[in-house]
Design a protein around this ligand. Structure first.
Ligand SMILES: Cc1cc2nc3c(=O)[nH]c(=O)nc-3n(C[C@H](O)[C@H](O)[C@H](O)COP(=O)(O)OP(=O)(O)OC[C@H]3O[C@@H](n4cnc5c(N)ncnc54)[C@H](O)[C@@H]3O)c2cc1C
Length: 582
């Protein structure tokens, strides 16, 4: 019997199921049983879209056009809903289109419906599908041909193949009392009780989309936004005079703004095919970032910048001495302002104009595609390039690509005008936070170190990479079925001595960097301590494999990753090969 277990039932699991269904439709049926395990009572939703974690005021930053297709588009699905639904989520059905951004809870309801439909369709194909809500899998015991899954209430389930799709890992245990929160999730924990206010100053670590969720949820509990002449005005409630929020970001940046795109869906091989990409790999097996930039990114970005009428930058890209680092520095500098909110105001006017005229920002869109491509080949990067990616490129990319919806930017500006929000640049050292009557936070910038007192402090920097030691299935670690992601140094001799942040491993006289998370094959099978693929355990959880797949954010990555893993699995089951749609 071919039995499959899927741990988790968020979007990654839903795209797994959809790809399994497609595989079965294209080939003879060999899968008899699929068991889905979800720790929450309500399955088929995912952490950011779930009513247990998120809040009515938290918006999605992805539109219907950008969500990889399931069985109906989000746009059409919302149109089919009734008046009660529209009222609940404040939707004007006459204004829905493919670019509408909905509240995240709307996406949750949509995913839930698609999950149920997918399970039904699989059952119609003769597969025995069981959905086990309220079932957290806390360990996996690996045997050569099967695995035993242990649940939080002591049940043991057996499956021949296991897909791990457990998604976000935010640990409430890391919170400290009612004043310091290691993440805002579930968001209900940071909100004031009914008829109460947080009439004090709240520090928020991060200034990206998660931080904006916190800002939106708290702002709506302490006042209301009124729409005036295409802007918002924030009107605080009585007795909330002392309520205000201070964002902390290393660079003092607010995110770039939502932009129009020519193609809503990312493609791994939009600008280079697999064969040509592999031809760029050097004799030592590395894909150098410089080579990738020169051969793939440079011509694409040059064309994109010309279309965006950024002539001078486009010209610079024609100079071979203008390198990746120069590009990042130039683009980052364009987004740097003495006062980030005033900068946001300037950028918003421009973004709004382009957005409503349907003029794409070609360089941002193409950069996203290029990085999507790099992500699915990041195992080829040397340790040196990987470190450069993590330390320099990633903060820049996150700032550009995880774009803030224009509506959210308007709310930020209204809060700023009402003196309810501020942004401080500098490094917050979390190890030095002290919690007494107040949460005392020290912030270091280039010139000085400052200590600030907050009544509440919320770390909202988004999902951290999960290290091997934090991997949620301890027996897989103990048995060596799972191993650390290692990155080979290209030129170890040039490195003087291990820096503190480096994590070094020496194996067979070769020096490796211990990258975050676990080792996986290109098809998402685990790699064991002996370096062999564990063919019947796949892990498609983006934060588990950040060392090898560092740019796997959002629903489009969930869909592509699920497709790769299922394709490999079904091929291994001797299915006729399936065409990938990347
Ligand atoms: C605040 C926030 C907002 C976001 N907004 C967007 C957005 O607007 N657009 C976008 O494209 N992306 C967004 N993302 C990115 C997000 O990662 C993906 O959209 C998507 O949720 C990832 O799906 P997933 O299934 O991999 O993980 P998750 O959504 O985290 O789902 C994993 C599921 O597994 C379950 N689970 C976990 N551990 C176990 C266990 N041991 N046993 C059983 N069940 C388990 C969880 O309960 C959950 O249901 C956002 C992320 C965050 C944190």
């Amino acid at each position: 019997m071919k039995s499959v277990a899927i741990i988790g039932s968020g979007p990654s699991a839903i795209y797994l199921l959809k790809n399994i269904l497609l595989g079965l439709e294209n080939a003879s049926n060999q899968i008899e049983e699929i068991s889905i395990y979800e720790k929450r009572a309500l399955p088929g939703i995912g952490m950011p879209y779930h009513p247990e974690t998120t809040d009515i005021h938290n918006m999605a930053n992805i539109s219907s056009d950008e969500i990889p297709f399931l069985f109906i588009t989000l746009e059409d699905w919302v149109r089919e809903q009734d008046a009660v639904f529209f009222e609940k989520y404040d939707i004007d059905p006459s204004k829905i289109n493919g670019s509408t951004l909905f509240r995240r809870l709307v996406l949750g309801e949509y995913f839930h419906s698609q999950f149920r439909l997918c399970c039904e369709k699989l059952r119609e194909m003769g597969v025995n599908v069981s959905v086990n809500g309220d079932t957290e899998i806390i360990d996996i015991h690996y045997h050569e041909t099967y695995c035993n899954l242990l649940s939080n209430v002591g049940q043991i389930f057996t499956a021949q193949t296991v897909f791990i799709a457990t998604g976000h890992q935010f640990n409430v245990r890391d919170d400290r009392g009612e004043k310091y929160f290691s993440s805002p999730w579930p968001i209900s924990k940071i909100l004031p009780k009914k008829h109460n206010y947080h009439d004090f100053s709240i520090g928020i670590l991060g200034a990206s989309l998660s931080a904006f969720d916190v800002v939106a949820s708290l702002a709506h509990r302490h006042g209301r936004f009124e729409s005036v002449d295409n802007r918002f005005v924030y009107l605080p409630f009585e007795n909330t005079e002392a309520f205000n929020m201070v964002l902390h970001d290393v660079n003092g940046w607010l995110p770039h703004l939502q932009y129009e795109q020519q193609s809503a869906l990312r493609k791994v091989y939009r600008f280079i095919d697999k064969e040509h990409l592999w031809a760029l790999v050097d004799e030592d097996g590395f894909l150098s970032l410089d080579v990738f930039f020169d051969q793939v990114c440079r011509p694409v970005l040059h064309r994109a910048l010309l279309k965006d009428e950024e002539q001078s930058l486009a010209q610079d890209l024609l100079q071979p001495e203008f390198k990746l680092n120069d590009f990042i520095e130039r683009m980052a500098r364009k987004h740097e302002y003495q006062n980030a909110f005033e900068g946001l105001e300037v950028e918003m006017k421009e973004a709004e104009k382009l957005y409503f005229e349907h003029q794409p920002s070609h360089w941002k869109e193409n950069l996203d595609d290029l990085m999507f491509c790099l992500n699915y080949h990041a195992e080829l990067l040397s340790a040196e390039d990987y470190l450069y990616y993590k330390e320099t490129m990633q903060p820049f990319l996150m700032n550009v690509i995880a774009a803030l919806p224009i509506e959210s930017a308007k709310k930020l500006l209204a809060l700023y005008d009402a003196k309810k929000i501020d942004l401080i640049a500098g490094i917050v050292n979390l190890d030095q936070i002290s919690i007494g009557e107040k949460v005392q936070v020290s912030v270091e910038d280039e010139q000085k170190s400052t200590t600030l007192d907050y009544d509440m402090f919320i770390c909202s920097g988004g999902q951290k990479d999960v290290e091997l030691e934090e991997y949620p299935f301890p027996s897989l670690i103990a048995s060596g079925t799972v191993s650390a992601a290692l990155k080979r140094f290209k030129d170890y001799s040039e490195l003087e001595a291990p820096e503190e942040s480096f994590n070094w491993v020496v194996k067979d006289d070769i020096q490796y960097l211990k990258a975050p998370g676990i080792a996986i094959t290109n098809d998402y099978s685990l790699i064991n301590r002996q370096g062999r693929a564990v063919e019947n355990v796949y892990d498609i959880t983006f934060c588990h494999a950040a060392g090898l797949r560092p740019y796997a954010y959002g629903l489009q990555a969930c869909a592509t990753t699920a497709e790769i893993a299922v394709l490999h699995w079904l091929t291994a089951l001797n299915k006729p090969s399936l065409e990938m749609n990347m």
